[in-house]
Design a protein around this ligand. Structure first.
Ligand code: UD1
Ligand code: UDP
Length: 381
C-alpha cells in the first residue's frame, strides 16, 4: 500500500457538522488509508459547538470567525484568509467541503487558489433560482465549478451535475450522509421533556431560519397561529435558530401564544428523536427535508422552491410556499384528513441507506488509485 491520503475537512455550521460527522469517523477508522485533519471556521459558534460536542468531533483548527449579525462578505473574507493559512500548513491531498454554506464556498475557493483538489460532499442540489435559497444556490453552483470530486446524494443530483458538463467520471452517487447520522441518533427507548409534556396532543415541530424567509415570517407565523387556534389538540415546538433577527421575530410574533413552545436549539440526539415522534414537521430547513422522509414524518416545506424534489416526488414533502393561506390550507388538510396524512407517512425514503460515508471513502480511494474497481453507487431502486 502507498502512503495515506491526507484529507482536510473544512466546515463551520450546524448542518455541516451533522453531515460531516459520519464521514470523519469513517475516514479516521481507516488510519492505514487516511490521515485526517478537521478545521472549523466557527461561522456558527454555539450551534456548531453543540454539535461538535454531542457528535464527539475533535477539531485540529478553529478559526472562530463568528460575529453577531455578520455579513456574507465578512464570513467569506475572514474564512478564506484563515483557511488559506491552514492549507498552507497542512498541504492536504484532498480538501473536503460540504453543501452550500459560505464556509464551504470560501474553503473551496481557498483550495483552488492553492491548487489543492477539492471534494464536494452533497453535490448537485439545484433550484436554478439564483436567490432561492440565498446565497446557497449560487454557493453550490460555484463550488461545483471548482470541485474535482462530486459526491452526489442521489441520481437526480448527479443529473444536475451532468447538465453542467461535469465529467461523469468525477461524480459518485453515494446517498446523503445525513441518513448515516440518523442511524446513530434515533433510539427506540428515547425519553425527552418535550415529548412527555405533550400528553395526547399532536406535535408539530417547526423550524424557520432562511435569510430569504425573514420577510415572510409574519405570514408563516400567522398561518401557524391560525392552525393552533382552530385545532385544540395540536402543539407546536419551535427550537429557534440563534440568529438574533430570527430570535426577535419569533419572540415578538409567537412569544405569547398558547401551545407554541419556543425553545433553544436542541442537540442533534434530542432533535432527531423528537423529529421521529412528531406528527408533522413545518420547516424551511434543508437537512430536515432529508431526515424527515427517512423517519416517515410528513413535512410541509415553508419555501417557494426546493432543491430536494426527490422527497416531493416520493410524497413525503409538500411545498407550501410562504403565503399564509397556502400554508394554512396544506397543513389544515393533513390535520383533518387521516387519509391524506397517511399517504405522506407511507412514502419511501429517497435520500440514502446509511452507507454514504462508506461509499465516499471508497470513491476517494478509487480516485487516488488505491482501489481498482469503481465502488457501487447508491440507488433507490
Ligand atoms: C447558515 C448557512 C445556511 C444554513 C444555516 C444552518 C450560509 C450563507 N448560510 O445560515 O445555508 O442553512 O447556516 O443553520 O452559510 N448565530 C449565533 N450563534 C450561532 C449561529 C449563528 O449567534 O451558533 C447568529 C449570528 O449572529 C450570525 C447569524 O446567526 O450572524 C446568522 O448566521 P450565519 O452563519 O451568517 O447564517 P445562517 O442563517 O445561520
Ligand atoms: N437540528 C438540530 N437541532 C435543532 C434544529 C435542527 O440538531 O434544534 C438539526 C436537523 O436535524 C438537521 C440540521 O440541524 O440535521 C439542520 O440544520 P439547519 O436547519 O440549521 O440548516 P439547513 O439544513 O437548512 O442548512
Amino acid at each position: 500500500m502507498g502512503k495515506q491520503v491526507k484529507v482536510v475537512f473544512v466546515f463551520g455550521t450546524r448542518p455541516e457538522a451533522i453531515k460531516m460527522a459520519p464521514l470523519i469517523t469513517e475516514l479516521k477508522n481507516r488510519p492505514l488509508d487516511f490521515e485526517v485533519k478537521v478545521a472549523v471556521t466557527g461561522q456558527h459558534r454555539e450551534m456548531l459547538d453543540q454539535m461538535l460536542q454531542s457528535l464527539k468531533i475533535k477539531t485540529d483548527f478553529d478559526l472562530d470567525i463568528m460575529d453577531s449579525r455578520q455579513s456574507l462578505s465578512q464570513i467569506t473574507s475572514r474564512a478564506m484568509e484563515g483557511i488559506d493559512k491552514i492549507l498552507s500548513k497542512t498541504k492536504p491531498d484532498l480538501l473536503l467541503v460540504h453543501g452550500d454554506t459560505t464556509t464551504a464556498l470560501s474553503a473551496a475557493l481557498a483550495g483552488y487558489y492553492r491548487k489543492i483538489p477539492v471534494g464536494h460532499v452533497e453535490a448537485g442540489l439545484r433550484t436554478m433560482e439564483k436567490y432561492s435559497p440565498f446565497p446557497e444556490e449560487l454557493n453550490r453552483q460555484i463550488i461545483a465549478r471548482i470541485s474535482d470530486l462530486h459526491f452526489a446524494p442521489t441520481n437526480l443530483s448527479k443529473e444536475n451535475l451532468l447538465r453542467e458538463n461535469i465529467s461523469k467520471e468525477k461524480i459518485f452517487v453515494t446517498g446523503n450522509t445525513a441518513i448515516d447520522t440518523l442511524r446513530l441518533t434515533v433510539k427506540a427507548d428515547y425519553v425527552h421533556d418535550v415529548l412527555t409534556s405533550m400528553g395526547d396532543k399532536r406535535l408539530i415541530l417547526m423550524t424557520v431560519h432562511r435569510r430569504e424567509n425573514i420577510e415572510n415570517m409574519v405570514r408563516i407565523f400567522r398561518a401557524v397561529k391560525r392552525l393552533i387556534r382552530e385545532h385544540k389538540d395540536i402543539q407546536v415546538v419551535f427550537p429557534v435558530h440563534l440568529n438574533p433577527v430570527i430570535q426577535e421575530h419569533a419572540e415578538k410574533l409567537l412569544g405569547e401564544e398558547e401551545r407554541i413552545q419556543l425553545i433553544k436549539p436542541m442537540n442533534v440526539f434530542d432533535f432527531h428523536n423528537v423529529c421521529a415522534r412528531s406528527y408533522l414537521i413545518m420547516t424551511d430547513s434543508g437537512g430536515l427535508q432529508e431526515e424527515a422522509p427517512a423517519l416517515g414524518i410528513p413535512v410541509i416545506v415553508l419555501r417557494d422552491t426546493t432543491e430536494r424534489p426527490e422527497g416531493v416526488n416520493a410524497g413525503t414533502l409538500r411545498l407550501a410556499g410562504t403565503h399564509e393561506d397556502t400554508i394554512w390550507e396544506v397543513a389544515n388538510e393533513l390535520i383533518i384528513s387521516e387519509e391524506k396524512y397517511h399517504s405522506m407517512v407511507n412514502a419511501v425514503n429517497p435520500y440514502g441507506d446509511g452507507k454514504a460515508s462508506y461509499r465516499i471513502a471508497e470513491s476517494i480511494l478509487y480516485q487516488f488509485k488505491k482501489r481498482d474497481e469503481r465502488p457501487l453507487e447508491f440507488d433507490i431502486d
